[in-house]
Design a protein around this ligand. Structure first.
Ligand SMILES: [Cu+2]
Ligand SMILES: [Zn+2]
Length: 214
């Protein structure tokens, strides 16, 4: 599908909105740029956070951010199918599952399965992931979809009940947000998250991989 077809669509397949903001990612994809997206968590008085997603062509997606206001411990963390917040986090649908598989871990479960994030005793979770199966570029781009933080631990599909293979028994949806394409020029945004210094776009992916592993 071409970008112009998406714009003509009266309903966005990902956000269900009347205007589709995800069409812009098609233009970026064609230009083979590094893409940066972000998600601001909403719908909670206590749980707050901003998560960044970055992908260079041919590389995994790097996910980084901080979430505060959580109960200490593990919390399920997933990409859900729709960036639809018309009924809060409940309208975001199930886990993003383009391959029609059962819920599980980051390697073999739903594409949207990002396992757990762990909050410390202060209720702060630092998120740093190299997500091999998450794409910002191409037909399986997660831009326009939803990100959800859950109340309970995701059992990664290893529980004995049927729900384990569906949702990982991760419980209530505490906070969520729509994953949006950052509109700012990538070159101007390409700063080393460790030092704040400007870095060359062509080295961005390696630099971030280094940082994320620290
Ligand atoms: Cu979820
Ligand atoms: Zn899942």
């Amino acid at each position: 599908m071409r970008a112009t077809d998406l714009i003509k669509d009266s309903k966005c397949p990902r956000t269900r909105a009347s205007e589709c903001s995800c069409s812009k990612v098609k233009t970026v994809t064609e230009a083979l740029d590094t893409v940066i997206a972000q998600c601001e968590l909403e719908h909670s008085d206590t749980v707050k956070g901003t998560i960044l997603f970055i992908q260079a062509p041919g590389s995994p997606t790097l996910i980084k951010g901080t979430i505060t206001g959580l109960e200490p411990g593990d919390h399920g963390f997933h990409i859900h199918e729709f960036g639809d917040m018309s009924k809060g986090c409940e309208s975001m649908g199930g886990h993003y599952n383009p391959d029609g598989v059962e819920h599980g871990n980051e390697d073999t479960g739903h594409v949207g399965d990002l396992g757990n994030i762990t909050a410390n005793t202060e209720g702060v979770a630092s998120v740093k992931k190299i997500a091999e199966r998450i794409d910002l570029l191409g037909d399986r781009s997660i831009i326009g979809r939803g990100l959800v933080v859950h109340a309970d631990t995701d059992d990664l599909g290893l529980g004995k009940d049927a729900e384990s293979k569906k949702t990982g028994n991760a419980g209530d949806r505490l906070a969520c947000g729509v994953i949006v394409l950052r509109s700012d020029k990538i070159a101007e945004q390409a700063k080393d998250w460790a030092t704040g210094e400007r870095i060359k776009v062509e080295n961005l992916s390696d630099k971030l991989k280094e940082f994320i592993k620290k």
